[in-house]
Design a protein around this ligand. Structure first.
Ligand SMILES: [Zn+2]
Length: 110
């Protein structure tokens, strides 16, 4: 009885996934590119899996630029890439913490 989630395509691996499983990149009206973690910001958006490989592919194949219909200067891309990596790292950390919290406390290992 899973509720149907909106589907989006990753600009890296081109696979279609639930929108909420992907990172959204938005081009704001002033031309700035940001990682949209609310998924609600207005602007042209592109999606990528929270995965470094997909990120690399999206950047290398210029798939991201095609999706955003924009030529992006290198420094803009570099900054966006750094932002995305930071988001991915933080996401992983949160997931790890959640996993740890869910685990029964059987061993006091570090
Ligand atoms: Zn992907």
């Amino acid at each position: 009885m899973a509720r149907k989630q909106p589907q989006r395509t990753c600009t890296g691996c081109k696979s279609t996934r639930d929108k909420r499983d992907l990172l959204r990149i938005v081009r704001l009206p002033d031309g700035e590119l940001v990682v949209d973690d609310t998924g609600k910001r207005a602007g042209r958006g592109a999606y990528v899996c929270p995965d470094e490989e997909c990120l690399d592919k999206a950047f290398k194949t210029k798939s991201l630029e095609k999706t955003l219909k924009e030529h992006l200067p290198l420094e803009v891309l570099e900054k966006l890439r750094a932002d995305l990596l930071a988001v991915i790292t933080e996401k992983r950390r949160q997931e790890e913490l959640q996993k740890l919290a869910l685990q029964p406390k059987k061993r006091g290992k570090l």
